[in-house]
Design a binder for this molecule. Structure first.
Ligand code: TRP
Length: 352
């Protein structure tokens, strides 16, 4: 069986290092593993509009931001097809057919949608499109015949719902759709990188994010003001490592070689943690180390971004080519779907 990746992000803002640690980095690794036959990376503008119908300019502005984020982390348009959801009308058609296979009760149980409805204070004014976006997400995944869907762990309910739709479709209409599997980042801490304030999750509205597009100075400033251990007041005080954002980030981003490069007086992260716990290690020192570690990761991303920012017409071309390729692939799936659903009336003369 072909190995196909599909994944994507809503273009509601620039992507941050929480996205990067939780999923984006893994996509690049998967892309470069050469294990996959086809890779589709989607800018989910139609999904973003399900709760931003009154703010189309925001979505429009972020198409290029997200495309730049993708290209700058090392997604290679030669290997990965980057495209925009709304440019592939087959996805909408497929969504409409899948709607018949899902109950309102089932949608109401989706925990991610439930949480989002609360966050957005929709209460009784939930847009229908928003409520049904898990169905459209199933259309995204299956239209490309995706076998693998690398996403953050908050997307697990979407994948479950998609798998149910695939099973139901295939049982009614015959074996047509590919059953996808979720691919999660293995490192649990990377799955849910806290914000710089130590709060549960990085979130644009709280303003606790480090963006992939931040300058070196911005990253440094954000790291220096990071939440650590509030009881670690004097350098000589013993400090807590658990729940200390700097150490959580070091768990996710530091590599053994970073110690010989930036902090040769420590052998590894464990010896740094031991010293912090004992007391005698100040926050400024661990923060400076973290800033250097993050810079190792972010500097190449920034360089690639600068290249594409100076070549925006090239970015447009990449998107246009990607959309065409994506539409072709989705069109092929829709042909199969229509046939399976017996709505391919003009394929031959059998209607007569
Ligand atoms: N729901 C995803 C997000 O919020 C975006 C998305 C839309 C997606 N369709 C998808 C992800 C299909 C994976 C597969 O970022």
């Amino acid at each position: 069986m072909k190995k196909v990746i599909l994944t994507g992000d809503r273009p509601t803002g620039r992507l941050h290092i929480g996205h990067y640690a939780g999923s984006l980095k893994q996509r690049v690794t998967m892309q470069n593993s050469a294990e996959f036959d086809e890779i589709y990376i989607m800018i989910a503008d139609a999904q973003a509009l399900t709760d931003n119908a009154d703010n189309p300019q925001k979505i429009r502005d972020n198409i290029i931001n997200v495309a730049l984020d993708y290209l700058s982390i090392g997604l290679d348009p030669e290997k990965s097809t980057i495209f925009i959801q709304s440019m592939v009308p087959q996805l909408t058609e497929l969504t409409f057919y899948y709607m018949n296979l899902v109950t309102v009760a089932r949608l109401s149980r989706n925990p991610t949608v439930k949480a989002e409805i609360q966050q957005r204070k929709f209460e009784s004014s939930i847009p229908v499109g928003f409520f049904t976006y898990p169905i459209s997400q199933a259309a995204d995944i299956t239209a490309f015949g995706a076998s693998h869907v690398p996403v953050g762990e908050d997307q697990r309910p979407m994948l479950e719902q998609c798998r149910e739709i695939v099973a139901k479709f295939n049982s009614i209409y015959g074996d047509t759709l590919i059953m996808p599997q979720i691919v999660l980042e293995q490192n649990r801490k990377a799955q849910r990188l806290p914000g710089t304030d130590g709060k549960a999750k990085m979130s644009k509205s709280i303003g606790n994010c480090i963006y992939l597009s931040d300058t070196k100075e911005e990253v440094y400033r954000k790291v220096m003001s990071m939440y650590t251990d509030p009881d670690h007041i004097k350098i000589s005080d013993p400090g807590k490592v658990e729940g200390n954002t700097v150490f959580t980030y070091l768990d996710v981003f530091s590599k053994p070689e970073h110690f010989s490069m930036f902090l040769p007086e420590y052998d590894n992260l464990d010896s740094l943690k031991d010293h912090y716990r004992r007391g005698g290690l100040g926050d400024v020192k661990i923060k400076k180390f973290l800033a250097a570690v993050l810079e190792e990761e972010l500097a190449p991303i920034r360089r690639r971004r600068a290249y594409y920012e100076n070549n925006l017409p090239l970015v447009m071309e990449i998107l246009k080519t990607g959309c065409k390729k994506a539409e072709k692939k989705a069109g092929q799936t829709l042909e199969k779907v229509r046939k399976a659903m017996k709505i391919n009336y003009f394929d031959d003369n059998s209607l007569l």
